[in-house]
Ligand binder design. Structure first.
Ligand SMILES: Cc1ncc(COP(=O)(O)O)c(C=O)c1O
Length: 393
């Protein structure tokens, strides 16, 4: 019998562990603190803008690289926030979420065999993204407790084959917000090795305490070699809308636009109109978003620490990496299985943010589990009740 063969590329990565955890949470009726999507409503005015756009019959393909009102809103917001001029006609590409944007940027800027530097632990999409685009990922460790990197290790990762570095700040899964000094180190190496920076800034508005988001593109000489990726998903609590974008120098944007056109033609047209409206919300919307998550962060950290899980306090984004070794566990996957099936709470095994677990120690994922806290108070309260049943092994 004919046995169809999948591609060698697809064989190199597994299904998403994060999304698999959501499936298991449903199957076992667990409170889902795994995948990073809010379970509370999206802002009423933003939903209204989407409904109005559908009723106004903005229901056909938008311009492939993005509807003009949205591209203009993206350019205006970027310039207002970061003081970098952006040409909406030449530099902005709207895609289906940051996810498609990252894939389109890599496909458009990397050749097979080029190296792409990725900080580890990493958002799990970057590995498959690199493989699909033919790149060879090179990993640089973010070291606990503050998830900083060793400048010498980073410098050693750059070489003649380095095409790009992916920088996710604020960071998933660690909650790290890269400091200006750290970004300066990265920028200097990009300039020295003529590499580009691809920044994933989907959590840019979710920062805590005195942390400040710095866009790498604002540093000296970086506007011409940085592609900044962002999205509606996290800022407006609409992860299902699939609207994201890239801002980059015209020469790179031209390639991204072509790749994006043939991947998806375009992001949902009426939701692009709503995105343009949303980006224009008053500043208070964005500051309240961060304040709202800071309350949840503090609540969840207290809850997890009470349950015996030591937390690395995040400075941004809405995740917390916890240490399960205090409870006697050194196998993150077995712990999460116990958590989902016996305790009734879903989280994500730490090893899914590292290269294959076999190469790693307990500090490299096996002893870590990520919880997200973008959830309603009732959801967190139910998780807390259930976590009270967690006992040391
Ligand atoms: C760092 C990071 N980038 C990108 C995404 C995906 O964003 P989008 O929904 O816009 O595709 C996520 C979602 O969890 C994320 O954490």
């Amino acid at each position: 019998m004919l046995r169809p063969r999948g591609s060698k590329k697809a064989a190199q990565f597994t299904e998403s562990v994060i999304r698999e955890m959501t499936r298991l949470a449903h199957q076992h009726g667990a409170v889902n603190l795994s995948q990073g999507f809010p379970d509370f409503p999206a802002p009423e005015a933003v939903k209204e803008a989407a409904c109005a756009a559908i009723r106004a019959d903005i229901n056909q393909y938008a311009v492939t690289w993005g509807a003009r009102p949205l591209r203009e809103a993206i350019a205006a917001q970027f310039t207002a926030r970061h003081r970098v001029p952006v040409d909406a006609d030449a530099q902005v590409t709207v895609c289906c979420g940051a996810t498609e944007t990252m894939m389109a940027v890599l496909l458009a800027s990397v050749d097979p065999g080029d190296e792409v530097i990725v900080f580890e632990p990493f958002y799990e999409n970057y590995g498959p993204d690199a493989i699909v685009s033919g790149a060879v990922p090179r990993y640089v460790t973010l070291q606990e407790p503050d998830w900083t990197f060793d400048p010498d290790e980073l410098a050693a990762a750059f070489n003649d084959r380095t095409r790009a570095i992916i920088v996710n700040t604020p960071n998933n899964p660690t909650g790290k917000v890269f400091s200006r000094a750290e970004l300066e180190t990265i920028a200097a190496l990009c300039r020295r090795w003529d590499a580009i920076a691809i920044t994933d800034e989907v959590y840019e508005h979710i920062v805590y305490d005195d942390a400040r988001h710095v866009a790498l593109m604002t540093l000296d000489g970086m506007a011409e070699r940085t592609v900044a990726i962002n999205s509606m998903s996290k800022t407006f609590s609409v992860t299902g809308w699939r609207v994201g974008w890239a801002v980059g120098p015209p020469a790179l944007a031209a390639g991204v636009r072509k790749v994006h056109d043939f991947l998806t033609v375009g992001a949902p047209a009426p939701l692009q109109q709503a995105a343009a409206f949303a980006l224009d919300l008053p500043d208070t919307y964005f500051s309240e978003l961060a304040a709202h998550y800071q309350v949840r962060r503090d609540r969840v950290i207290a809850m997890l620490e009470r349950a015996g899980l030591r937390c690395a306090v995040p400075a941004g984004a809405y995740y917390v990496m916890t240490d399960i070794t205090g409870l006697g566990w050194t196998d993150d996957v077995a712990f999460v299985q116990h958590l989902i099936e016996d305790i009734g709470v879903a989280a994500v095994p730490g090893s899914s943010f590292y290269r294959p677990a076999a190469t790693h120690a307990v500090s490299g994922g096996l002893g870590r589990v990520r919880f997200c806290f973008c959830k309603k108070e009732e959801t967190l309260a139910e998780a807390e009740r259930r976590l009270a049943r967690l006992t040391p092994r």
